[in-house]
Structures are given as C-alpha cells and as structure tokens.
Design a protein around this ligand. Structure first.
Ligand code: SF4
Ligand code: SF4
Ligand code: SF4
Length: 228
C-alpha cells in the first residue's frame, strides 16, 4: 500500500516537474519564436492574370519533392471557357497549402507532426512523428493535405522547405513558371519582391473569415486577361 502510494507521489512529482519544465520550455520557445518570426515570414502570390494554365508548376513540384503519382501538393484548377467564340477565356487558380498562421491542421495534430517552422512560418510535416491519423486532413479548411502513399505520412506543400529552399533556391513551382505568375518571399522584408507585388496589387486570400490568416495571396484575373 505504502509502496504504491510512494510510486503515485513520485509519479505526480515527476509529472509536475515535467509540466513546469515544459512550461519553461514553452516560454523560452515562445520568446525564441517571436524573435525568429520577426525576421522571416514566407508567403506566396499567385498572379492569376499571368497564369496560362501550363501546369509546369505541378510537374516541377512532383519532380523536386518526389511526390508520387495519384496525389499532389499543388493543383491548377481551370474554370471556363467564358465568353463567346473566338473571344473565349479561361481562369486558372492554385490549390495548395495556404500556410495559415493559425493553422487548424497544426492545432489538431496529436503528435506534433504537423507544425509551424519557427524560423520561417512555413507549415510543415515531420513524417517521422506522423501516425497517419488524418485529423489534420479533416481539419484543413482548404482540403490540401493527403497521406503520401510512399511515406504513409501526411503531406502537402511546404514551400519546398526540405528541398529547393534548403539549397538556397526558389520553390520549384516558382522557378518553373514561364510567365512569372508565382512570387515567393519574405513578408518581413520590405524590400522583397513579394512585398512590392502585394503593395502594387489588390489581392485576395481564401476563407479569411475562418481566422486562419493564410499566406497564399491571389491576384485575380479580370475578364479576358488570359486568352487561349
Ligand atoms: S491550408 Fe490546411 S494544411 Fe495548410 S496550414 Fe492551413 S490548415 Fe494547414
Ligand atoms: S495524420 Fe500525421 S500530421 Fe496529420 S494529425 Fe495525424 S499525426 Fe498529425
Ligand atoms: S512551393 Fe514547393 S512544395 Fe509547394 S507547391 Fe510549389 S513546388 Fe510544391
């Protein structure tokens, strides 16, 4: 009886010590995170008035990030044709992770596999921690996550964090776009191209009313701007 009581107390103390340690760690991490976030916050713009729907971005993403057939980190959605022949036009929009600042996928993940990189603000996945429960897939309001059939972990656009970005290159989709419809960069750098583009153009983000604070911006095409 006494032994089990002692074990209980020992366990409780260990838990409390762990909790205090975790609180301290959280506080330190929060301070570090605030410092890091003050320096880099990556985002992307898709200028739909420049997009011709060639899908070079999809191909480049699959190749660079070894995304298996049947799933994809980026899709170019086509709507149209609009107008009367021969003056018909199409619209192309990008479907991919929005890199939410308040990311529902991260909030529901039970293992910490879905996380926001403190240094860059990129929403990413640690495949080793992922148990494939799919909570994040259900929680994402943009329906951009999937289970990678090779790794069996959740997957999605990570701004090429582990591939091109790690090598100091632009994300693969951005580099491959022949019309420069994609702009990637640091929102915290007032001299960056993305900040100039955002200042010069009216933009939209998807489902902002949900409070997710997405970092994928759209420049909408006006009627007739993309003619095939
Ligand atoms: S778009 Fe979906 S997957 Fe991407 S950060 Fe937001 S909730 Fe997560
Ligand atoms: S599938 Fe993986 S990343 Fe998604 S919530 Fe479950 S453990 Fe987290
Ligand atoms: S940023 Fe990288 S991971 Fe995301 S869609 Fe583009 S190529 Fe794919």
């Amino acid at each position: 009886m006494e032994n089990s009581k002692r074990r209980f107390l020992k366990g409780t103390c260990a838990l409390l010590a762990g909790a205090t340690g975790a609180t301290l760690l959280t506080t330190v991490n929060a301070a570090e995170s605030a410092k890091a976030e003050a320096e880099i916050k990556y985002a992307m713009v898709h200028d739909e008035s420049k997009c011709i729907g060639c899908r070079a971005c999809e191909v480049a993403c699959r190749e660079v990030n070894e995304v298996p057939e049947g799933v994809s980190r980026i899709e170019i959605l086509q709507t149209g044709p609009f107008g009367e022949y021969p003056n018909q036009f199409y619209h192309f929009s990008r479907k991919s992770c929005q890199h939410c600042e308040d990311a529902p996928c991260v909030n529901v993940c039970p293992t910490g596999a879905a996380f926001i990189d403190k240094e860059t603000g990129i929403v990413s996945v640690d495949a080793w921690k992922c148990v494939g429960c799919q909570y994040c897939i259900a929680a994402c309001p943009y329906q951009v996550r999937f289970i990678n059939p090779v790794t069996h972990a959740a997957d999605k656009c990570d701004f090429c964090r582990e591939t091109n970005l790690a090598q100091g290159k632009q994300p693969a989709c951005v580099a491959a776009c022949p019309t420069k419809a994609l702009v990637f960069g640091n929102l915290k750098d007032s001299t960056s191209e993305i900040v100039q583009v955002l200042r010069a153009n009216p933009t939209q983000r998807a489902k902002v009313a949900l409070g997710t604070r997405p970092k994928l911006f759209r420049i909408l095409a006006k009627s007739g701007e993309v003619v095939l």
